[in-house]
Design a protein around this ligand. Sequence first.
Ligand SMILES: Cc1cc2nc3c(=O)[nH]c(=O)nc-3n(C[C@H](O)[C@H](O)[C@H](O)COP(=O)(O)OP(=O)(O)OC[C@H]3O[C@@H](n4cnc5c(N)ncnc54)[C@H](O)[C@@H]3O)c2cc1C
Length: 436
Amino acid sequence: MDQVVIVGGGFGGLAAAKALRNTPAEVILIDRTNHHLFQPLLYQVATSVLSPGQIGSPLRMILRNQQNTTVILGEVTGVDKGRKCIFASDADRKDVPVPYDYLILATGATHSYFGHPEFEKYAPGLKNLSDAEAIRNKILQAFEWAEAEEDPSRHRELLTFVLIGAGPSGVEMAGAIAEFVRSMLRSEFRRTDPGSARVVLVDMAPRILGTFSEDLSKAATRRLEKLGVEIRLGHAVDQIDADGIEVGGERIASKTVIWTAGVAPSPAGKWLQAETDRAGRVRVQNDLSVPGHPEIFVVGDTASLDQNGKPLPGVAQVALQQGRYAGELICRRILGKSAPRPFSYFDKGNMAVVGKGFAVLESGKIHVSGLLAWLVWAMIHLLFLATSSLRLSVFLQWIWTYFTGQRGAQLIVEPRIPALGQSATEPPARAAASGK
Ligand SMILES: Cc1cc2nc3c(=O)[nH]c(=O)nc-3n(C[C@H](O)[C@H](O)[C@H](O)COP(=O)(O)OP(=O)(O)OC[C@H]3O[C@@H](n4cnc5c(N)ncnc54)[C@H](O)[C@@H]3O)c2cc1C
């Protein structure tokens, strides 16, 4: 029986696995995490609306009824195209060869710091659940430090939140943090003035939401400004350190800087030694296979394919549709059926949320902003969550948060409380103030 190996259980890999459910083949799905993650709602975990368990589901559980599919937890480190195997490592074993007849690589993307890896230490990105929890800890810790600080002149620095990158992720985070900060400080903190908090959104582009039309970009800008977000455009960030950032000659003091700017694909191109685009994504043919290797497919954020003269964007819908296509193509081949038509992406449109009850939506000539767009956004996101239990749980949480303002997971996990005499997580502002 043929063996189909899928690397990555994100949108692309999971869709491919599901498309192979009735195929007479052994399907092996390998992921470095044990869960499928709904990345579009990561920012809600980072801002305490949802808890991690509401946007991630164990892959094993999702595929429990699919008898031909085995889920393996492991880190894939390479591909040997000649021997037709991939190499996977886990805590116990290194570079174990796993043979394949067909291979689908759906390993997604990671952060790109545009040649400044040193920024990562001070400006974490948001890509997985640990990132979201780390950012949530950072935001909540900043509130705590401010409340404990008797000198109100130091609150501003402690409560300045900087987002670098004004694409959909940056805009969604900026809106969510602005609302979170004000509502939290007003209702739950006694010594901290909500007016001392700042949220700053920075981008080198001339406008926010560059992939949306100009009218929607303007609508989102107005909305963010109404929420109190300061927008700095037209300059790349020159410096990020423990005490803030430098942009366009201005120093912005901040202890909480979050990177929402760039993404870089997984190293699938290197594993395959295949042609890549400038970003490093594997150039695939119009059936999503790698040139010269009809048995190897690359889908989602780590693949590069042009349609109507433009590269397909790194969004969930592209990954889903490509994963489904690759799975169906392999199924047809195994069953001896004719090849399907070349892959064609059906663009259903783009959306971004800008705070509670407001979103922008662009689908062809339809441009909508406001509550209606937000309702569509909410409905679509609920529909695309991996399981019915997540849909119900997120729906109830949203209703609760919408009407009461109370959040789902306002927890600092592992707050690293230093023992007396140790200096584990000294409030950084103090260190700066004392000239260290
Ligand atoms: C914060 C954020 C917000 C987003 N918001 C939106 C949005 O609103 N709308 C939208 O359409 N898109 C959004 N996206 C983009 C969307 O999530 C991606 O386009 C989509 O996840 C790509 O799917 P994929 O299958 O290619 O990769 P992923 O979904 O990232 O899946 C990759 C999988 O591969 C696994 N993996 C990676 N490397 C290895 C390895 N070496 N070994 C084993 N496993 C490995 C990972 O653990 C992961 O499970 C957002 C992304 C982020 C980060």
